[in-house]
Design a protein around this ligand. Structure first.
Ligand SMILES: C[S@@+](CC[C@H](N)C(=O)[O-])C[C@H]1O[C@@H](n2cnc3c(N)ncnc32)[C@H](O)[C@@H]1O
Length: 303
């Protein structure tokens, strides 16, 4: 009896309308079209994120003739490839720019995009903090990419998430969505200068608690910095914790220019916990001078 061919389209985790050949190329499906546990986890996560980003993407498509999506710390560009395939491709307009520091990954992503006819998929090789590498993009493309309507960063390592937030704020992105990765910076600061209040100090007396609390505090600060810059912030779970430990999704939608209450809360947090993460560090350490200049250092620095 002939062996029945497995149809991956029947799997609920395979997004409807998605090219099976592209999923295989991304190694999200095996050559036989099966999903292994790792790929299923990744696909679930990205599919879910694309769903949560839908309102932002629809808004960008409604408001801009050529909306620009920028994915920071893109890695193998799973997210970019799916966003293009499921959103920009069917819309027939808009660009997606994947910013990735490792050239071998961005070259792979560019080659894949070319193979699959994703001709509005750009790659920018280099650090997020440099905003964009104009090396092989036209000035117009670089300009569009540097002014994202929607900016994403999925598991951009440690302070790379902060660089992505700086880029979003500096460029005035309408929407921002970050799922932070591991983070160690604030835990180190909590160890070097523990909070003065004994109860606060007890929250981070042990290395493990410092790591967890530092990570929590970092994300609280990220949300407040977005609010301080006029974003309405939602913090939610990306997928159930069984799929990933790094599962906090911070969504921001730009609604105002300035929020004094959020700035006051930030100042209180900095004073109480004596931390100063990359996100708010003053120039010249930050290359984003224009942005930093909009955030009064007297309010936000520890000095
Ligand atoms: C953990 S991977 C996540 C990749 C992808 N977003 C995903 O979820 O599959 C983080 C990626 O961010 C890149 N990265 C880290 N810091 C960066 C920076 N400052 N600028 C650009 N890319 C960076 C790394 O090279 C790596 O490919």
């Amino acid at each position: 009896m002939a062996k029945q061919q497995f149809d991956p389209r029947s799997d609920p985790d395979v997004p409807k309308g998605m090219s099976i050949a592209l999923l295989k190329d991304l190694h999200l499906l095996t050559r036989e079209g099966q999903l292994n546990a790792d790929a299923r986890r990744k696909l679930k996560q990205i599919r879910h994120l694309v769903g949560l980003l839908r309102p932002a993407l629809d808004d960008a498509l409604a408001r801009h003739a050529e909306p620009s999506i920028v994915d920071c710390g893109a890695g193998k560009s799973y997210l970019g490839a799916l966003l293009y395939e499921l959103v920009l491709g069917p819309a027939g307009r808009g660009t997606l720019t994947a910013i990735e520091a490792r050239p071998e990954l961005s070259e792979q992503a560019a080659a894949r995009a070319a193979r699959f006819g994703q001709d509005r998929f750009r790659v920018a090789t280099g650090a997020i903090a440099l905003a964009i590498d104009t090396g092989n993009a036209t000035a117009a493309e670089a300009h569009a990419a540097a002014r994202p309507n929607v900016l994403t960063a999925l598991h951009a390592c440690d302070t790379a998430t902060d660089d992505a937030l700086v880029l979003a704020i500096e460029a005035g992105a309408d929407h921002v969505a970050v799922v932070p990765c591991c983070q160690a910076e604030v835990a180190r600061q909590l160890e070097a200068t523990p909070p003065l209040d004994p109860t606060d100090a007890a929250l981070c007396a042990h290395a493990l608690h410092r790591r967890e609390f530092g990570s929590h505090l970092t994300n609280v600060i990220r949300g407040l910095v977005l609010e301080a810059h006029g974003y309405k912030v939602t913090v939610t779970e990306l997928v159930g914790w069984e799929h990933s430990a790094k599962n906090e999704l911070i969504l921001g939608k730009r609604v105002n220019r300035y929020d004094a209450a959020a700035r006051a809360k930030l100042r209180a947090v900095f004073e109480r916990f004596r931390v100063e993460p990359t996100l708010v560090r003053e120039p010249p350490e930050r290359p984003h001078r224009r942005w930093a200049a909009t955030l009064p250092q007297c309010e936000l620095s520890l000095g």
